[in-house]
Design a protein around this ligand. Structure first.
Ligand code: GLY
Length: 329
């Protein structure tokens, strides 16, 4: 699997179409007007995902192009990295906590505004599907830890070992210094957040992660927190976050992006404003990364990050590609 940083470099170099040029121009000049032009052409259905999750988008697109529902699309989409042992920050193969245990967080929202979430879930390869079951089969929004696992097993999910040999080896190496210092854009914070607008005009979203690598046992990030890692309002649009979850939770980041879109801001501008809010509230902003993606009811989309290096994958009937997002720094 290509290294994420190589991929980002190559993608940036090969970007040629109008929309991407505008986005890259905005990257070089974050204050420029071009930043608002996040969506040169709008088309429905559409799916957008954080990072280079092209394969996840392919799975979502195969649902959407057959007139499937946005909810089914985002679940199918994020299950791809969840099941990929090479993806070291989501699901199976995810980096463990400092005790060597893989603990997963995920949430999902449907166009009706219903939501389901699991936090600190162990041994289940597809936490997003458990989150969907919480939403659809229980009177609750969130299940945690042992209770979430019990519910998953009762619902027919299989208990598995999620710690791959490679992840265990990397953890053993980390234990030699046990220095907890999340590194910007290195694969310890690249949660997948996905938003889809289906042919019927409905929006759903999903977000799933193994969280910060070598986190304290029991730590839960932004990804399963409705409003922080993900938020969908079918009247307006949806947003999802990646990066250091503690910072996203403090501003209820995805909800903030959706509310900024409600006020009339384009998706990329709403993402930029939320990133600015985080920067202004955190003197240590140089030490962590935050990225948002957003999609509105018209099918306009965009993303923005604090530091360079973040991007998002887009698939609609016009194009299927990776965009480097503009950044503040
Ligand atoms: N954004 C993922 C996490 O902080 O857990």
């Amino acid at each position: 699997m290509p290294d994420r940083r190589d991929f980002i470099k190559k993608s940036a170099m090969s970007t040629t179409i109008l929309g991407s040029s505008l986005i890259l121009e905005a990257c070089a000049n974050p204050g420029s007007k071009e930043q608002a032009l996040s969506t040169p052409e709008v088309s429905k259905p559409v799916v957008i995902a954080t990072w280079n999750n092209i394969k996840a988008n392919d799975a979502a697109w195969s649902v959407l192009e057959n007139n499937g529902a946005a909810l089914d699309a985002v679940e199918a989409g994020v299950k791809i990295p969840e099941g990929d042992p090479e993806d070291r920050s989501v699901g199976y193969g995810g980096r463990p906590d400092r005790d060597g245990k893989v603990t997963l967080d995920a949430c999902i929202m449907n166009p009706e505004g219903d939501c389901g979430s699991v936090v600190f879930l162990e041994h289940i390869k597809h936490p997003i599907s458990v989150a969907r079951k919480v939403m659809e089969d229980t009177p609750h929004v969130m299940l945690a830890g042992e209770g979430a696992l019990k519910f998953a097993l009762e619902s027919g999910f299989t208990k598995e070992n999620l710690l791959t040999e490679a992840s265990e080896k990397a953890w053993q190496e980390w234990l030699k210094t046990a220095d907890y210092k999340p590194v910007i854009n290195i694969e310890n914070h690249d949660t997948i957040g996905m938003l889809a607008l289906d042919d019927a005009g409905d929006i759903a979203g999903a977000c799933t992660t193994s969280g910060a690598a070598y986190k304290m046992r029991g730590r839960v990030g932004d990804s399963p927190i409705i409003g922080a890692g993900l938020y969908v309002d079918n009247e307006v649009g949806g947003a999802a976050a990646t990066g250091l979850g503690e910072k996203v939770i403090k501003v209820v980041g995805s909800y903030l992006v959706v509310e900024l879109m409600r006020q009339g801001n384009a998706p990329a501008d709403a993402c930029r404003m939320a990133v600015e809010r985080i920067k202004n509230k955190n003197p240590d902003y140089r030490d962590f990364q935050i990225g948002f993606v957003a999609l509105n009811k018209k099918g306009e989309y965009g993303g923005f990050s604090l530091h360079k290096g973040f991007g998002y994958a887009l698939h609609n009937s016009l194009e299927k590609k990776y965009f480097e997002a503009a950044s503040l720094l």
